[in-house]
Design a protein around this ligand. Structure first.
Ligand code: NAD
Ligand code: TYD
Length: 351
């Protein structure tokens, strides 16, 4: 059995990944560490049971002592680092949390991996590592900056991040690269486009608009609403990460994109229709400072080299997602009321 450390596994993509792995790839034991910030919600994992294949530990990735203790106790041989501050708007208000979690936290994980996996940890010239180990950094297309009307991001597009969020993710990517180049740590970096699907925190575009439609509240569209994002269903993303874990060439970066470019206003109108709301709710508001105009991912490398391809069409994915949020309004309500933050105490108080 392989022992995989998933960080940030109580968040949107991480919790989907934990469930995907437990359902589809039982050869892995998952140790999920998460600091349970405002974005971490154990209700996302309510149907996952602690046992031979799964353990949850409340832990901040910046806490090197606890991270090292977990590496030792669990004989960790794989890391998938999802843990991050992930919301661009918050990074504009408070950049520091992005620097400490996204950059310093990544460096703590890289150091632990180096310490536990390096065959001769005291020899700085020796680049040999244990057989079968891998560190995978979950990154974003936002590190490439913004596109004009044409073109797509490939893995060789120069990094040109514009927000404090994307700058912190780009910095983390450079540390991952450096640990590979300098020490020989076996790594991959994946850079995906905007994810959508169940369990996304309702501060991001799709769940926010849907919740406001349900409540009959105004739908705040930034600027002219013509900014373009390239949408990827979270389940396709999880399969892409697994594919890179299993087959990705060590040291390589892989873009993961769904070939679904849509302007924000198109998404908002689709959600209004699906939720049976009125377009009169659309409210154009002041634009986000430094708002990236367009993202688009060229996924040729992962599709041709590793055989991964997105399975969801956007039409199918968005219909399922809207239905999930409509059927699970209690989940959103717990977040909005703050109840979800007490879930850990309820579940783990006697553990
Ligand atoms: P999220 O905000 O929903 O979840 C982040 C999780 O990390 C939360 O559970 C939070 O509690 C945890 N966390 C935050 N700081 C921590 C710390 N210091 N120590 C331990 N845990 C901590 O984010 P998400 O949307 O699931 O994104 C996951 C990863 O994917 C991030 O690295 C993000 O940059 C990347 N990504 C996301 C998208 C997207 O569209 N959501 C797109 C590209 C890349
Ligand atoms: P978001 O979900 O925050 O993801 P990101 O900024 O990482 O792409 O936003 C997606 C797009 O939607 C982005 O162009 C900003 C826009 N947006 C709005 O127009 N209104 C909103 O209330 C939010 C949250 C986002």
């Amino acid at each position: 059995m392989k022992n995989i450390l998933v960080t940030g596994g109580a968040g949107f993509i991480g919790s989907n990944f934990v469930k995907y792995m437990l359902n589809e790839h039982s050869e892995y034991r998952i140790v999920n560490i998460d600091a349970l910030t405002y974005a971490g919600n154990l209700e996302n994992l309510a149907d996952v049971k602690e046992g031979t294949n799964y353990r949850f530990v409340k832990c901040d990735i910046r806490d090197s002592a606890t991270v090292e203790k977990i590496f030792a106790e669990e004989n960790i041989d794989t890391v998938v680092n999802f843990a991050a501050e992930s919301h661009v708007d918050r990074s504009i208000v408070d950049p520091q949390a992005f620097l400490t979690t996204n950059v310093l936290g990544t460096q703590v994980l890289l150091d632990a991996a180096k310490k536990f996996w390096k065959l001769n940890p005291d020899d700085k010239y020796d680049r040999s590592f244990r057989e079968g180990v891998k560190y995978l950094q979950v990154s974003t297309d936002e590190v490439y900056g913004a596109l004009g009307k044409t073109g797509m991001f490939t893995e060789t597009t120069p990094l040109s991040p514009n927000s404090p969020y994307s700058s912190s993710k780009a910095s983390a990517d450079l540390f991952v690269r450096a640990y590979h180049e300098t020490f020989g740590l076996p790594v991959n970096i994946t850079r995906c486009s905007n994810n959508y699907g169940p369990y996304q925190f309702p501060e991001k575009l799709i769940p926010l608009m849907l919740n406001n439609c349900i409540k009959g509240k105004p739908l705040p569209v930034y600027g002219d609403g013509l900014q373009i994002r390239d949408w990827l269903h979270v389940s396709d993303h999880c399969k892409g990460i697994y594919t890179v874990l299993e087959k990705g060439r060590v040291g390589e970066v892989y873009n993961i994109g769904g070939n679904n470019e849509k302007a924000n206003i198109e998404i908002v109108k689709l959600i209004i229709k699906a939720a049976g709301a009125s377009e009169e709710l659309i409210t154009y508001v002041k634009d986000r400072p430094g708002h990236d105009r367009r993202y688009a991912i060229d996924n040729t490398k992962i599709t041709t080299e590793l055989g991964w391809a997105p399975e969801y069409t956007f039409e199918q994915g968005i219909a399922e997602t809207v239905k999930w949020y409509l059927d699970n309004q209690e989940w959103t309500e717990h977040i909005i009321s703050g109840d979800y933050a007490n879930y850990y105490d309820k579940m783990y108080k006697n553990a």
